[in-house]
Design a protein around this ligand. Structure first.
Ligand SMILES: Cc1ncc(C[n+]2csc(CCOP(=O)(O)OP(=O)(O)O)c2C)c(N)n1
Length: 537
């Protein structure tokens, strides 16, 4: 055994490597990105020839992992919570086809929306797909989960969801690591037809999956990630899920005064829940995300005895992430000594980096739209360029979810709202913008699409973009008229001519694409530094 100082994300990745992982696919997204970055940097992963790739989006990542699992290998796909919306189709259906080699779907949820547009709770997806879910409470458990999750996946031939939340994903602790399992050999599924989800086969497979539900409950009851302590004052019983258990230990100096059910594996361990309900006067539920366990325990109509307390009753705030202070308050303990106010940095509004090419594109947009502001709308997307919504630019009207810029502009234009402009990043375009552009071309929609191509996925730290230097040919291949695919360099020295190009294309009553290409100022600086150090960084 050795110890390493690891983020929760990294501990999960290292646990998977040590548990015989062969293939890892992912699309970046905070707070999940470091899972894949750890594998990309790992000497063991390199020595073991573990395939590790950024995919075009979460759906393609999960499907590639499913393919590796079909080939008998242990595989995983990693993403942020909203990424699972994109990958929901393969996720739910892979539960029916089943896995062959162990298959993990690692999802990092972002309660409090530190870098997301919602705080959806991935445990509901595990329930929707009828598959087990793990939720580690600390970095050591994040390391231990993959071995157990791969085992469960291979025993029952189902994908398994692993849920992290922001604070665990992004905080470091020492983790004991060691004991590498070999990778699986290449093999074919024993019943290959279960991967053909024609209705007759899918019905049988679905029955199989439903039939395993009691097994999953039994596995949860026997799991080392679930633990019931019956000690202490039974006036109150506590259910603490995932990182909430860690907070509970923190505020009680490791010795809670009441019985505690620690939950780290779902479905809920029914026997332990029953014990708590039968023996405790009241129950307090501590969980990050939705009041998921709380809703189950309250029942419908809500049970009157024992009373169930949590987010639904206001004992814990209904939204946002938990903290030790919130847990202490819910237990009626005095809040922990807060850090001196002066040591907490004042929040700063985000802004474009000095020299960012997106800022130049926003200036071009502002100038072209100034005389059309009453009618023109800019439908945008998620990425650094979304900062164009904020002062001093204020040129963006929408940002809903990845890919929604081109498609919303299409619908708005056909509804009569013109000029309709779509502003989308290069990675977002290949993630989920290309199909929307095809719709525009097929309808010859009056939409001007600006792809801000900074040659990287800047928002999440500068991963490689999926279609580096191939955007023109992709747009051509999707059928955009060659004469209306324009490439500009967003730079102050080109401002005037870029304004003229955008002005022309907005007047064109069909689908046009402007590719505004200049490298991200941050990746450019990094590669310049690397160059100066002879390639070392
Ligand atoms: C479904 C989903 N997956 C991942 C993310 C995280 N994310 C937000 S924007 C983005 C890509 C940004 O890259 P790009 O479009 O090239 O714009 P840039 O930040 O480089 O300007 C990613 C990965 C997300 N918000 N939603």
């Amino acid at each position: 055994m050795a110890t390493q100082l690891l983020l929760g994300d990294e501990a999960l990745a290292q646990g998977a490597i040590d548990a015989g992982l062969s293939a890892a696919y992912a699309y970046p997204g905070t707070p999940s990105t470091e899972i894949t970055e750890h594998i990309l940097r790992s000497p063991e992963a390199r020595a073991g020839e573990i395939v590790c790739r950024w995919a075009a989006n979460e759906k393609t990542a999960l499907e590639a992992a499913l393919g590796a699992s079909y080939a008998g290998k242990r595989a995983m796909a990693s993403m942020k919570h909203v990424g699972l919306n994109v990958a929901a189709d393969p996720f739910v259906n892979a539960a029916i086809s089943g896995a062959h080699g162990g298959l993990l779907v690692n999802v990092a949820d972002d309660p409090s929306m530190h870098s997301s547009q919602n705080e959806q709770d991935s445990r509901l997806y595990a329930e929707l797909a009828l598959v087990p879910c793990f939720e580690p409470s600390d970095q050591q458990e994040a390391y231990a989960v993959p071995a157990r999750a791969f085992e469960l996946s291979e025993t029952y031939r189902v994908p398994v969801l692993v849920r992290l939340t922001t604070r665990l994903a992004h905080s470091r602790a020492t983790v004991e690591v060691g004991g590498q399992r070999p990778q699986n050999p290449l093999s074919r599924p024993e019943q290959p037809e279960r991967f053909i989800l024609l209705p007759a086969i899918a019905k049988r497979s679905y029955e199989r999956l439903v039939g395993h539900q009691p097994d999953f409950v039994r596995e949860s009851e026997a799991s080392p990630f679930n633990r019931l302590s019956q000690d202490g004052d039974r006036a109150l019983g506590i259910v603490a899920c995932g990182i909430a258990y860690n907070y509970l230990l923190e505020v009680t100096d490791g010795a809670p005064r009441h019985p505690v059910l620690k939950v780290g594996q779902y479905p809920l361990p029914a026997r332990d829940v029953e014990w708590l309900v039968e023996h405790c006067g009241r129950i307090l539920i501590l969980e990050e995300g939705y009041p998921y366990v709380e809703g189950k325990l309250r029942g419908l109509p809500p049970r009157s005895a024992p009373a169930i307390h949590g987010r639904l009753t206001g004992d814990v705030p209904r939204t946002g992430e938990l903290s030790p202070d919130i847990v202490a308050a819910a237990l009626g303990l005095s809040a922990l000594a807060r850090r001196a106010a002066s040591s907490v940095p004042a929040p700063r509004p985000p802004a474009f980096c000095p020299g960012c090419p997106h800022a130049d594109t926003c200036k071009v947009l502002a100038e072209v739209l100034v005389s059309r502001r009453d009618s023109a709308r800019v439908f945008s997307d998620i990425g650094c360029y979304t900062l164009g919504a904020l002062p001093p630019h204020g040129v963006i009207d929408t940002c809903v979810e990845m890919g929604a810029s081109i498609t919303m502009a299409h619908g708005a234009s056909e509804a009569g709202l013109r000029p309709a402009v779509a502003l989308i990043g290069d990675s977002t375009f290949t993630h989920s913008g290309m199909t929307g552009l095809l719709d525009c071309v097929n309808a010859n929609a009056d939409v001007t699409v600006i792809i801000v191509d900074n040659l990287t996925v800047a928002m999440t730290g500068g991963q490689r973009s999926a279609a580096e230097n191939r955007l023109v040919s992709i747009c051509r291949g999707l059928g955009v008229d060659e004469a209306h695919i324009r490439v500009i360099e967003p730079h102050p020295r080109n401002h005037k001519q870029n304004v003229a190009v955008l002005d022309q294309e907005i007047q064109y009553p069909g689908t046009s694409v402007i590719i505004a290409q200049r490298e991200c100022i941050q990746t450019a600086k990094r590669s310049a530094r690397r160059g100066a150090r002879g390639g070392q960084e």
